[in-house]
Write a protein that binds this ligand. Sequence first.
Ligand SMILES: NC(=O)c1ccc[n+]([C@@H]2O[C@H](COP(=O)([O-])OP(=O)(O)OC[C@H]3O[C@@H](n4cnc5c(N)ncnc54)[C@H](OP(=O)(O)O)[C@@H]3O)[C@@H](O)[C@H]2O)c1
Length: 303
Amino acid sequence: MKTILVTGSNGLLGQKIIYALRNRSDVKCISTSRGENRMREKSGYIYESLDITDAQAIEELFLKYRPDSVINTAAMTNVDACETNRDDAWKMNVTAVDYLIDACKKIDAHLVHLSTDFVFDGRNGPYVETDEANPLSFYGHTKYEAEKRLMASGLHWAILRTIIIYGVLDDNSRSNVVLWAINSIRSKKTITVINDQFRSPTLAEDLADACISASLKKAEGIYHVSGMEVMNILDIVKIVAEFFDLDQQYIQPISSESLKQPAVRPPVTGFIIEKAVRELDYHPHTFIEGLSYLKKQLELVVK
Ligand SMILES: NC(=O)c1ccc[n+]([C@@H]2O[C@H](COP(=O)([O-])OP(=O)(O)OC[C@H]3O[C@@H](n4cnc5c(N)ncnc54)[C@H](OP(=O)(O)O)[C@@H]3O)[C@@H](O)[C@H]2O)c1
């Protein structure tokens, strides 16, 4: 039986990984996140509170469970907050990764680390794994710095870069582009939506499967793991509105320049996912299939 330890398990991706791992007979699943466990289902795995900015706590826990593989989903993920609060972003997205690397070394564990399309400048998307990174934002800079530290670590590691994760969380503690569009329009709130940036939205469950596959195979190297369609963000929101039968008059297009967000975003990302398909058995849903999946989950949450 393999032991897999997941960090940030209260987050969107973390929750999906735990749901996919719990009750598996071939995996002992150690779920960790900051503070209390906020998942609805609490059986089929072990939960330990773990703040990954605490090096000693990481080491103690890793020595206690000796995981074969660690999946690090914990991060400071709010791009604008990273831009304005750089010390915290660095501590969480770079220094904490150093701590995880050191602890993995002590027990010879494999490390799966999550990264982002924001390591690219968005001038030449969609991207393959070997394309040159050139982050525009501080968030992208921290995530790229962590990648470099992993690459130089001498550990067995896999970096899974992803793009706009969407899905439903047990405790509704986080939003994403799809939930934001649904909830805003349903409450008759006009939303301004960027019309000059292109992305590949990624169903959280698909990404969770790729993380588990990378972990069980002890995959090595960088993998691009996203949805397969590259779409204008405005079109993503319009498709959501149409799918959920929402009034499109609440959607107000806006250019990146007019929106003036603190962090600069890459204009066109999107990934070529062939390596993940080949090596991780990654077969993502289409965006419409992902929305059908999410719709069923939302109905369950309402019940
Ligand atoms: N979301 C996206 O669209 C996107 C796009 C590209 C890449 N990524 C990358 O994918 C990964 C997963 O993203 P996600 O959307 O699942 O993130 P998320 O929902 O924001 O989850 C991150 C989790 O990390 C936890 N966390 C924060 N600080 C912590 C600490 N010091 N110690 C332990 N846990 C801590 C958070 O806890 P609390 O819930 O208590 O705050 C949260 O549950 C991240 O590495 C992110 O950079 C995400």
